[in-house]
Design a binder for this molecule. Sequence first.
Ligand code: GLN
Length: 197
Amino acid sequence: RPRVGVLALQGDVREHVRILAGLGADAVLVRRPSELAEMQGLVIPGGESSVMDKLARTFGLAGPIRAAIADGLPVYGTCAGLILLADRITDGIRGQQTFGGLDVTVRRNAFGGQVESFETDLDVPAVGAPPVHAVFIRAPQVEQVGPGVETLAALADGTVVAVRAGGLIGTSFHPEMNGETRFHALLLDEVRVRAAA
Ligand code: GLN
């Protein structure tokens, strides 16, 4: 069984654990570098990216996560998790850092505040039919996509909301909130590819 961590500093950790376990993975909460070292993949949940950034640095996890990403660890980030995977952010809180790895620029809270939360159906060719029911909560937008980065999904107006590059996947929305499992399945595919290499 693939061992996949969920970064458990803050955010909707439980929902991701449930989805990963449902897909047959060994889902483990990650709060320390020693726990991260055991993982074959990682999920960074939704929540508040600036808080996760601060806690990750406080607990000495930021450096090890950066190193693991550079070493090719497959990682899936939802919402705040996507922000933490982005190489560049706009509208970050003062001094906010990211782990990086995804050559994209992401704008925090790009749709507005909590009351501007919305849900929509998205075509995502990489996961096939049916469309993905996507939940956006104070969600980020991907404003710029680097040359090596694949756009997995965009809104009708062209706004990019899901990307992938190598083993890194990021979505502005929260599949874990409505039992959508196909993005986590993509992550597990990456974990298996890497284990077989
Ligand atoms: N706006 C939050 C942030 O900047 C993300 C919101 C979410 O993860 N649902 O981290």
